[in-house]
Design a protein around this ligand. Structure first.
Ligand code: RFL
Ligand code: PHB
Length: 405
C-alpha cells in the first residue's frame, strides 16, 4: 500500500493497524494520556521514537504539584509516589545570606510531592503493561496524514519496515524536539518565545541533601537550586553562561560555586561527593498556538516549554492530558465535540499562567549579565517585598503548588 510517497511494506506484523487515538511520543504526556483513555474505555496506541531504557534514563523533573499528585492517585498511579516520594509543605528562597520559607501548608493548605519523573515514567510503563495498552517503541520516521479528514492515519517504521495505523484522532506528545506540531499549517500556528541568556548546570550525587526542602538562591555570582530525589540522592543546579558545556564544570568548580551561592547556614551543612550525572540545560519560555488543528491535538512539551525554575513542565503535561482525556472520553460516550473544540483555549489558559510564573521566578532569581543597576534594584526590592509580605508569599505558594486544574 502506498501512502503519499511512502510504501507500507509490512502487512503481516503483530503491530496494530487501527485504533481510536494514535499518540506520538511515549514520555509522561503520551503514556499518561493512553492510561487515562484506557480508564475511560478509549483505545490508543503510543508510538515512541526511543527505547524504554533511553526514556527511563533521562533525569528530569522532580516536583509534582498538589493537583497533579491528586490526578495520579485518582488514576490508581499514586502508590509508589506516596510510599517513596516526599511531601513538601514549603520551599525556601535564599537572598543576602538569609533564608525565607514559603509555608505552603500555612498559606494555602496544600503541598507538593518530590518524586522523580523517571520513577513516574516507570510507574506509567508498568501500568500500561499490566493493562495491555499498546506502546511501540523505537518507532521511527513518523508521518501524520489526513488530519483534516475524519480518518487520519500515522505511518512509521519499526525494525526496518513501514507500518500504517489508522485512527480517529492523533495526539502529538513528542516533546520539545518533536515534529507533530509541524502538521499545523504555518498560516494557522503562531509561536511565542523568550530566551534567557544563561543555562542551568545540573548535578546528581549520592550525598544527603543539604536541606529537607528545596532552596532557590539568588546570589550575585548567579542562581543556585538545591533539590533531591531521596535521603541519599541530591539534585543541585547552578546558573552557568549560555555557552557552557558540562566539561566547563568539573565537580570541584560546581561544588565551590554552589557553596558560595548558598546562605551560610545551608552552606555549612553541604555534603559534596562525586557527580553521577551532569547536564547543561538552556532556559526558554516557548508556546505554540493553537494546540489543535483538524484531528491533531498537541500536549505537553510538544506545545509549550517553560524554564525549569517554576518546576511546571511535567505538571503542564499532566494538566493538558487530563483535559484531553476528558474531551476524548466525552466524544466517545456522547458524540459531543465541545470538549475537543475548547481544548486549546482551556489548556492554553492554564499554560500561560505557568509560563508567567516560571518567567517571574526566573527573572527574580537569576543574575542577568547585562543587568543594569536599575534592574538589580528592582530584583532586590521584589525579594524584599516577598520576604516581608504575607500576601506576596501566598501568591507564590498558590502558584508553586499549582493552580486549580
Ligand atoms: P517528553 O518528556 O520530552 O517526552 C516526549 C517523548 O516523545 C519522544 N519523541 C518522539 N516519538 C516519536 N516520534 C518522534 N518524532 C519523536 N520525537 C520525540 C521522545 O523520545 C520522548 O520520549 O515530553 P512530555 O511527555 O510532554 O513531558 C514533559 C516533561 O518531560 C518536561 O516538561 C519536564 O521534564 C520539565 N522539567 C520539570 N518539570 C516539572 O514539572 N518539574 C520539575 O521539577 C522539572 N524539572 C524539567 C526539570 C526539565 C529539565 N530538562 C532536562 C529540560 C528539570 C530539567 C533539568
Ligand atoms: C529537580 O529536582 O530536578 C527540580 C526541582 C525544582 C525545579 C527544577 C528541577 O524548579
Amino acid at each position: 500500500m502506498a501512502i503519499g510517497s511512502r510504501e507500507v511494506t509490512n502487512h503481516t506484523s503483530q503491530l496494530p493497524t487501527r485504533t481510536q487515538v494514535a499518540i506520538i511520543g511515549g514520555g509522561p504526556a503520551g503514556t499518561l494520556l493512553s492510561y487515562l483513555l484506557h480508564l475511560e474505555g478509549v483505545a490508543s496506541v503510543v508510538l515512541e521514537l526511543r527505547s524504554r531504557e533511553h526514556v527511563l534514563g533521562r533525569v528530569r523533573a522532580g516536583v509534582i504539584e498538589y493537583g497533579s499528585a491528586g490526578v495520579l492517585r485518582a488514576a490508581g498511579l499514586g502508590d509508589r509516589m506516596d510510599g517513596e516520594g516526599f511531601v513538601h509543605d514549603g520551599v525556601n528562597l535564599a537572598f543576602a545570606n538569609k533564608l525565607l520559607r514559603i509555608d505552603f501548608g500555612g498559606l494555602v493548605g496544600k503541598h507538593v510531592v518530590i518524586y522523580g519523573q523517571t520513577q513516574l515514567q516507570k510507574d506509567l510503563y508498568d501500568a500500561m503493561d499490566r493493562e495491555g495498552i499498546a506502546l511501540v517503541d523505537e518507532a521511527e520516521q513518523i508521518e501524520v496524514h489526513d488530519i483534516e479528514t475524519t480518518t487520519p492515519r500515522v505511518i512509521f517504521d519499526k525494525d526496518g519496515e513501514s507500518h500504517s495505523l489508522s485512527c480517529d484522532y492523533v495526539v502529538g506528545c513528542d516533546g520539545a524536539h518533536g515534529t507533530a506540531r509541524e502538521y499545523i499549517p504555518s498560516t494557522v500556528s503562531q509561536t511565542f518565545e523568550r530566551l534567557y541568556p544563561f543555562v542551568w548546570v545540573g548535578l546528581l550525587s549520592e550525598t544527603p541533601p543539604v536541606n529537607d526542602e528545596l532552596i532557590y538562591a539568588n546570589h550575585l555570582d548567579g542562581f543556585a537550586l538545591c533539590s533531591m530525589r531521596n535521603e541519599n540522592l541530591s539534585r543541585y543546579y547552578v546558573q552557568g553562561s549560555a555557552e557552557d558545556t558540562p566539561e566547563d564544570w568539573p565537580d570541584e568548580r560546581f561544588w565551590e560555586a554552589l557553596e558560595r551561592r548558598l546562605p551560610t547556614e545551608a552552606a555549612d551543612r553541604l555534603v559534596t561527593g562525586p557527580s553521577i550525572e551532569k547536564l547543561v540545560t538552556p532556559l526558554r519560555s516557548w508556546v505554540s498556538e493553537p494546540l489543535s488543528y483538524g484531528r491533531l491535538y498537541l500536549a505537553g512539551d510538544a506545545a509549550h516549554v517553560v524554564p525549569p525554575t517554576g518546576a511546571k513542565g511535567l505538571n503542564l503535561a499532566i494538566s493538558d492530558v487530563v483535559y484531553l482525556a476528558s474531551a476524548l472520553s466525552d466524544f466517545y460516550t456522547t458524540g459531543s465535540t465541545t470538549g475537543l473544540d475548547e481544548y486549546s483555549a482551556t489548556a492554553l489558559s492554564r499554560v500561560w499562567k505557568a509560563v508567567r510564573f516560571s518567567w517571574w521566578l526566573t527573572a527574580l532569581m537569576h543574575r542577568f549579565s547585562a543587568e543594569e543597576d536599575f534592574d538589580r534594584r528592582l530584583q532586590m526590592a521584589e525579594l524584599d517585598y516577598l520576604f516581608s509580605s504575607e500576601a506576596a508569599q501566598r501568591a507564590m505558594a498558590e502558584n508553586y503548588v499549582g493552580l486549580l486544574l
